[in-house]
Design a protein around this ligand. Sequence first.
Ligand SMILES: [Zn+2]
Length: 281
Amino acid sequence: MSWLNRVRNSLPFATKRETPDNLWVKCPQCHDMLFAKEYEDSMSVCPRCGHHGRIGADARLSQILDPGYALLPAPQVKEDPLKFRDTKRYTDRLKQARAKNPHDDAFTAAFGQIEGQRAVVGVQDFMFMGGSMGMAVGAAFCAAAERAIEEKCGFVVCTAAGGARMQEGILSLMQMPKATVMTRRLKEAGLPYLVVLTDPTTGGVTASYAMLGDVHIAEPGALIGFAGQRVIQETIREQLPDGFQRAEYLYDHGMVDMVVERKDLRSTLARLLAYTQPQAA
Ligand SMILES: [Zn+2]
Protein backbone atom coordinates (compact mmCIF):
# COMPACT_ATOMS: atom_id res chain seq x y z
CA MET A 1 0.00 0.00 0.00
CA SER A 2 1.44 3.38 -0.94
CA TRP A 3 1.81 6.07 1.71
CA LEU A 4 -0.90 8.03 -0.06
CA ASN A 5 -3.44 5.20 0.28
CA ARG A 6 -2.43 4.69 3.89
CA VAL A 7 -3.09 8.30 4.71
CA ARG A 8 -6.32 8.37 2.72
CA ASN A 9 -7.69 5.24 4.41
CA SER A 10 -6.96 6.62 7.83
CA LEU A 11 -9.00 9.75 7.21
CA PRO A 12 -12.54 9.69 8.61
CA PHE A 13 -14.17 11.03 5.41
CA ALA A 14 -12.48 8.49 3.17
CA THR A 15 -14.97 5.70 3.87
CA LYS A 16 -16.31 3.37 1.19
CA ARG A 17 -17.79 4.98 -1.85
CA GLU A 18 -21.50 5.59 -1.65
CA THR A 19 -22.50 4.15 -5.04
CA PRO A 20 -24.54 0.99 -4.50
CA ASP A 21 -23.00 -2.11 -6.10
CA ASN A 22 -26.19 -3.15 -7.81
CA LEU A 23 -26.63 -0.07 -9.99
CA TRP A 24 -25.16 -1.80 -13.02
CA VAL A 25 -25.57 -5.25 -14.49
CA LYS A 26 -23.12 -6.83 -16.89
CA CYS A 27 -24.76 -8.79 -19.72
CA PRO A 28 -23.27 -12.30 -19.66
CA GLN A 29 -23.46 -12.52 -23.46
CA CYS A 30 -22.40 -9.17 -24.97
CA HIS A 31 -20.66 -7.99 -21.76
CA ASP A 32 -22.24 -4.57 -22.08
CA MET A 33 -22.81 -2.69 -18.86
CA LEU A 34 -26.53 -2.14 -18.42
CA PHE A 35 -28.29 0.18 -16.05
CA ALA A 36 -29.98 -2.16 -13.54
CA LYS A 37 -33.29 -0.35 -13.73
CA GLU A 38 -33.31 -0.55 -17.52
CA TYR A 39 -32.46 -4.27 -17.33
CA GLU A 40 -35.27 -4.91 -14.87
CA ASP A 41 -37.74 -2.94 -16.99
CA SER A 42 -36.88 -5.14 -19.97
CA MET A 43 -37.68 -8.27 -17.90
CA SER A 44 -33.98 -9.13 -17.44
CA VAL A 45 -33.51 -9.36 -21.19
CA CYS A 46 -30.49 -7.49 -22.55
CA PRO A 47 -31.77 -4.61 -24.72
CA ARG A 48 -28.54 -4.71 -26.77
CA CYS A 49 -28.19 -8.40 -27.70
CA GLY A 50 -31.47 -10.00 -26.55
CA HIS A 51 -29.83 -12.34 -24.03
CA HIS A 52 -32.49 -13.74 -21.68
CA GLY A 53 -31.09 -13.60 -18.15
CA ARG A 54 -32.06 -16.04 -15.39
CA ILE A 55 -34.78 -14.76 -13.09
CA GLY A 56 -36.18 -15.85 -9.74
CA ALA A 57 -39.59 -17.36 -9.03
CA ASP A 58 -41.26 -14.14 -7.86
CA ALA A 59 -40.13 -12.14 -10.90
CA ARG A 60 -41.31 -14.92 -13.20
CA LEU A 61 -44.71 -15.25 -11.55
CA SER A 62 -45.35 -11.51 -11.69
CA GLN A 63 -44.29 -11.38 -15.34
CA ILE A 64 -46.67 -14.17 -16.34
CA LEU A 65 -49.68 -13.81 -14.04
CA ASP A 66 -52.11 -10.94 -13.79
CA PRO A 67 -51.82 -8.99 -10.52
CA GLY A 68 -53.68 -10.51 -7.57
CA TYR A 69 -52.45 -14.10 -7.87
CA ALA A 70 -52.07 -16.19 -4.71
CA LEU A 71 -49.01 -18.26 -3.84
CA LEU A 72 -49.76 -21.88 -3.02
CA PRO A 73 -48.47 -23.14 0.34
CA ALA A 74 -45.25 -25.14 0.04
CA PRO A 75 -45.86 -28.78 1.07
CA GLN A 76 -43.77 -29.96 4.02
CA VAL A 77 -41.40 -32.83 3.33
CA LYS A 78 -38.91 -34.73 5.46
CA GLU A 79 -35.69 -32.81 5.36
CA ASP A 80 -32.31 -34.41 4.76
CA PRO A 81 -33.63 -38.00 4.90
CA LEU A 82 -30.21 -39.50 4.17
CA LYS A 83 -28.29 -37.29 6.65
CA PHE A 84 -26.13 -36.43 3.67
CA ARG A 85 -22.81 -34.74 3.93
CA ASP A 86 -20.19 -33.98 1.29
CA THR A 87 -17.81 -31.09 1.94
CA LYS A 88 -20.72 -29.56 3.86
CA ARG A 89 -23.83 -30.89 5.54
CA TYR A 90 -26.93 -30.87 3.31
CA THR A 91 -28.84 -29.09 6.08
CA ASP A 92 -26.22 -26.32 6.04
CA ARG A 93 -26.50 -26.02 2.26
CA LEU A 94 -30.27 -25.69 2.63
CA LYS A 95 -29.86 -23.06 5.32
CA GLN A 96 -27.48 -21.12 3.10
CA ALA A 97 -29.81 -21.30 0.09
CA ARG A 98 -32.77 -20.16 2.21
CA ALA A 99 -30.84 -17.19 3.54
CA LYS A 100 -30.37 -15.97 -0.04
CA ASN A 101 -33.86 -16.84 -1.33
CA PRO A 102 -37.36 -15.69 -0.52
CA HIS A 103 -38.71 -19.27 -0.73
CA ASP A 104 -37.90 -22.46 1.15
CA ASP A 105 -37.08 -24.59 -1.87
CA ALA A 106 -36.65 -24.49 -5.64
CA PHE A 107 -40.29 -24.80 -6.79
CA THR A 108 -42.88 -22.10 -6.16
CA ALA A 109 -46.41 -22.18 -7.47
CA ALA A 110 -49.31 -19.76 -7.62
CA PHE A 111 -52.93 -19.76 -8.70
CA GLY A 112 -54.29 -16.85 -10.66
CA GLN A 113 -55.06 -15.64 -14.15
CA ILE A 114 -53.00 -15.04 -17.28
CA GLU A 115 -54.73 -12.30 -19.26
CA GLY A 116 -57.97 -13.53 -17.75
CA GLN A 117 -57.29 -17.25 -18.30
CA ARG A 118 -57.34 -19.15 -14.99
CA ALA A 119 -54.16 -21.13 -14.41
CA VAL A 120 -51.83 -22.63 -11.86
CA VAL A 121 -48.24 -21.59 -12.61
CA GLY A 122 -45.25 -23.37 -11.11
CA VAL A 123 -41.75 -21.92 -11.35
CA GLN A 124 -38.48 -23.65 -10.73
CA ASP A 125 -35.82 -21.31 -9.46
CA PHE A 126 -32.26 -21.95 -10.62
CA MET A 127 -30.98 -19.62 -7.92
CA PHE A 128 -32.06 -22.14 -5.25
CA MET A 129 -29.43 -24.92 -5.30
CA GLY A 130 -29.40 -24.93 -9.10
CA GLY A 131 -33.14 -25.54 -9.23
CA SER A 132 -32.38 -29.14 -8.33
CA MET A 133 -35.28 -31.55 -8.00
CA GLY A 134 -35.59 -33.11 -4.57
CA MET A 135 -38.59 -34.18 -2.54
CA ALA A 136 -39.70 -30.59 -1.89
CA VAL A 137 -39.71 -29.81 -5.62
CA GLY A 138 -41.55 -33.04 -6.43
CA ALA A 139 -44.14 -32.44 -3.71
CA ALA A 140 -44.68 -28.81 -4.78
CA PHE A 141 -45.05 -29.86 -8.42
CA CYS A 142 -47.65 -32.51 -7.51
CA ALA A 143 -49.56 -30.19 -5.17
CA ALA A 144 -49.70 -27.53 -7.89
CA ALA A 145 -50.96 -30.05 -10.44
CA GLU A 146 -53.59 -31.25 -7.93
CA ARG A 147 -54.73 -27.68 -7.49
CA ALA A 148 -55.09 -27.27 -11.26
CA ILE A 149 -57.25 -30.42 -11.35
CA GLU A 150 -59.33 -29.07 -8.48
CA GLU A 151 -59.78 -25.72 -10.20
CA LYS A 152 -60.31 -27.37 -13.61
CA CYS A 153 -57.72 -25.08 -15.16
CA GLY A 154 -54.45 -25.40 -17.03
CA PHE A 155 -51.08 -26.03 -15.43
CA VAL A 156 -48.08 -24.02 -16.61
CA VAL A 157 -44.59 -24.93 -15.46
CA CYS A 158 -41.44 -22.90 -16.04
CA THR A 159 -38.54 -25.29 -15.70
CA ALA A 160 -34.95 -24.50 -14.75
CA ALA A 161 -32.73 -27.11 -13.22
CA GLY A 162 -29.28 -28.60 -13.11
CA GLY A 163 -31.00 -31.96 -12.53
CA ALA A 164 -31.85 -34.10 -9.53
CA ARG A 165 -30.74 -33.08 -6.03
CA MET A 166 -27.89 -35.49 -5.39
CA GLN A 167 -28.05 -34.93 -1.62
CA GLU A 168 -31.34 -36.83 -1.62
CA GLY A 169 -30.04 -39.77 -3.67
CA ILE A 170 -32.67 -42.19 -4.95
CA LEU A 171 -35.43 -40.16 -3.29
CA SER A 172 -34.77 -37.31 -5.72
CA LEU A 173 -34.93 -39.70 -8.69
CA MET A 174 -38.29 -40.96 -7.43
CA GLN A 175 -39.70 -37.50 -8.12
CA MET A 176 -39.41 -38.23 -11.84
CA PRO A 177 -42.09 -40.97 -12.00
CA LYS A 178 -44.14 -39.15 -9.35
CA ALA A 179 -44.32 -35.98 -11.45
CA THR A 180 -44.88 -38.05 -14.58
CA VAL A 181 -47.98 -39.63 -13.01
CA MET A 182 -49.33 -36.14 -12.28
CA THR A 183 -48.95 -35.12 -15.93
CA ARG A 184 -51.04 -38.21 -16.81
CA ARG A 185 -53.69 -37.18 -14.30
CA LEU A 186 -53.91 -33.73 -15.87
CA LYS A 187 -54.37 -35.39 -19.24
CA GLU A 188 -57.10 -37.68 -17.91
CA ALA A 189 -58.85 -34.61 -16.48
CA GLY A 190 -58.70 -33.04 -19.95
CA LEU A 191 -56.56 -30.14 -18.75
CA PRO A 192 -53.65 -28.58 -20.63
CA TYR A 193 -50.13 -28.89 -19.27
CA LEU A 194 -47.85 -26.25 -20.76
CA VAL A 195 -44.10 -26.21 -20.26
CA VAL A 196 -41.86 -23.18 -20.55
CA LEU A 197 -38.27 -24.34 -20.81
CA THR A 198 -35.93 -21.70 -19.43
CA ASP A 199 -32.17 -21.54 -19.15
CA PRO A 200 -30.91 -24.08 -18.14
CA THR A 201 -33.20 -27.13 -18.08
CA THR A 202 -31.15 -30.30 -17.78
CA GLY A 203 -30.84 -33.73 -16.18
CA GLY A 204 -33.69 -35.54 -14.47
CA VAL A 205 -36.08 -32.62 -14.95
CA THR A 206 -35.65 -32.81 -18.73
CA ALA A 207 -36.04 -36.58 -18.46
CA SER A 208 -39.43 -36.23 -16.77
CA TYR A 209 -41.98 -33.43 -16.51
CA ALA A 210 -40.10 -30.86 -18.64
CA MET A 211 -40.60 -32.93 -21.79
CA LEU A 212 -44.13 -34.19 -21.14
CA GLY A 213 -46.08 -31.03 -21.86
CA ASP A 214 -48.89 -30.66 -24.37
CA VAL A 215 -46.96 -27.68 -25.72
CA HIS A 216 -43.27 -26.95 -25.20
CA ILE A 217 -42.25 -23.33 -25.27
CA ALA A 218 -38.58 -22.39 -24.90
CA GLU A 219 -37.03 -19.04 -24.14
CA PRO A 220 -34.47 -17.84 -26.72
CA GLY A 221 -30.99 -19.20 -26.16
CA ALA A 222 -32.05 -21.51 -23.30
CA LEU A 223 -29.82 -24.53 -22.72
CA ILE A 224 -32.04 -27.62 -22.75
CA GLY A 225 -30.68 -31.13 -22.57
CA PHE A 226 -30.19 -34.25 -20.53
CA ALA A 227 -26.44 -34.87 -20.31
CA GLY A 228 -23.97 -32.04 -20.77
CA GLN A 229 -22.34 -31.32 -24.11
CA ARG A 230 -18.85 -32.31 -22.96
CA VAL A 231 -20.02 -35.69 -21.64
CA ILE A 232 -21.77 -36.45 -24.94
CA GLN A 233 -18.78 -35.30 -26.96
CA GLU A 234 -16.40 -37.49 -24.99
CA THR A 235 -18.72 -40.49 -25.21
CA ILE A 236 -19.43 -40.42 -28.94
CA ARG A 237 -16.03 -38.88 -29.80
CA GLU A 238 -17.54 -36.48 -32.28
CA GLN A 239 -17.68 -32.74 -32.53
CA LEU A 240 -21.21 -31.51 -31.81
CA PRO A 241 -22.85 -28.93 -34.09
CA ASP A 242 -23.03 -25.22 -33.25
CA GLY A 243 -25.94 -24.27 -31.01
CA PHE A 244 -26.38 -27.87 -29.87
CA GLN A 245 -28.89 -28.12 -26.96
CA ARG A 246 -29.99 -24.52 -27.40
CA ALA A 247 -33.67 -23.61 -27.76
CA GLU A 248 -33.39 -22.65 -31.46
CA TYR A 249 -31.56 -25.87 -32.36
CA LEU A 250 -34.19 -27.95 -30.56
CA TYR A 251 -36.93 -26.05 -32.33
CA ASP A 252 -35.32 -26.75 -35.73
CA HIS A 253 -35.17 -30.44 -34.81
CA GLY A 254 -38.72 -30.74 -33.52
CA MET A 255 -37.97 -31.06 -29.81
CA VAL A 256 -39.78 -27.86 -28.82
CA ASP A 257 -42.88 -26.34 -30.38
CA MET A 258 -42.00 -22.68 -30.19
CA VAL A 259 -39.30 -20.28 -29.10
CA VAL A 260 -40.94 -17.29 -27.47
CA GLU A 261 -39.34 -14.08 -26.25
CA ARG A 262 -40.00 -13.25 -22.62
CA LYS A 263 -42.04 -10.15 -23.46
CA ASP A 264 -44.48 -12.31 -25.46
CA LEU A 265 -44.69 -15.16 -22.97
CA ARG A 266 -47.75 -13.96 -21.08
CA SER A 267 -49.85 -13.41 -24.21
CA THR A 268 -48.67 -16.69 -25.78
CA LEU A 269 -49.64 -18.67 -22.68
CA ALA A 270 -53.00 -16.89 -22.48
CA ARG A 271 -53.70 -17.74 -26.13
CA LEU A 272 -52.74 -21.40 -25.66
CA LEU A 273 -54.89 -21.67 -22.54
CA ALA A 274 -57.83 -20.11 -24.35
CA TYR A 275 -57.49 -22.79 -27.06
CA THR A 276 -56.98 -25.75 -24.79
CA GLN A 277 -58.64 -25.37 -21.44
CA PRO A 278 -62.30 -25.66 -20.47
CA GLN A 279 -63.84 -22.19 -20.58
CA ALA A 280 -66.44 -21.11 -18.03
CA ALA A 281 -69.88 -20.93 -19.62
ZN1 LIG B 1 -26.29 -8.38 -24.05
